[in-house]
Design a protein around this ligand. Structure first.
Ligand code: GDP
Length: 222
């Protein structure tokens, strides 16, 4: 992997990540309209990506649960921002954003989604970072670019997380990381380091937990 693009974490940071995700995650609510957002009173991270990118699997791997992101496959829940809390004191919000790029989605639904996401990204003071999930086999796609544009315009910090990194060969993975890195370098709101993960093998999961914990430095670690 390209050393300049791969974040490194200290054992303490990895331990903080582990501690934050040890407590059960609690589902708070699914939000379809901007006035239904929970109070903006704790650090928040969000996960975005194309449908089928492996978002539910990744969130479940992070939280060591089989059920957390299950709601995202329940009809009606797929267009919601789903809020969960992390930590013993429920000190961090994890937001599962609706998957985009689903070919069969009606245009009106896409418009509604885009407006909700735009409003959410612009108005959320405690939103520390959006983890933008990218399939390690495919790299950045056109609709990822639309989401990146929304985040650039809203000045929301985002970080690319490659999913299904168990699929490509090591050399292919390296090439995708380099290409994604090159493109992200042109985006002002993009965090330069890329995380490669696999929900299947557990690769990159401790690092992603550490990255979340680092964004909520005052979280209660027990
Ligand atoms: P979502 O639509 O983004 O929530 O995606 P899902 O989590 O439902 O996953 C979509 C498909 O990708 C499913 O068939 C998963 O089994 C598969 N998948 C998810 N994560 C991984 C992974 O880390 N490795 C591999 N090989 N497949 C994965």
């Amino acid at each position: 992997m390209n050393a300049t693009d791969t974040p490194e974490f200290t054992p303490d940071e990895i331990a903080s990540g582990e501690a934050l995700f040890k407590a059960p995650s609690v589902f708070v609510k699914g939000v379809t309209s901007i006035d239904a957002l929970p109070a903006d009173d704790k650090p928040e991270v969000a996960f975005a990506g194309r449908s089928n990118v492996g978002k539910s699997s990744l969130i479940n791997a992070l939280t060591s649960r089989r059920t957390l992101a299950r709601v995202s496959v329940t009809p009606g829940r797929t267009r919601e921002l789903n809020f969960f809390t992390l930590g013993h004191a429920e000190e961090v919000y994890l937001v599962d954003m609706p998957g985009y790029g689903y070919a069969k989605a009606p245009k009106t639904a896409v418009r509604g989604w885009t407006r909700l996401i735009g409003d959410y990204l612009k108005g959320r003071r405690e939103l520390k970072r959006v983890f933008l999930l990218i399939d390690a086999r495919h790299g950045i796609k056109a609709n990822d670019r639309e989401t990146m544009k929304l985040m650039d315009e809203s000045a929301v910090s985002y970080q690319a997380v490659l999913t299904k990194a168990d699929k490509p060969k090591a050399s292919e993975l390296e090439a995708v990381i380099a290409k994604v890195g090159e493109e992200l370098a042109k985006h002002p709101a993009a965090y330069p380091k890329i995380l490669a993960t696999s929900a299947r093998t557990g690769m990159g999961i401790p690092e992603l937990r550490a990255a979340v914990a680092a964004l909520a430095p005052n979280s209660v670690v027990r």
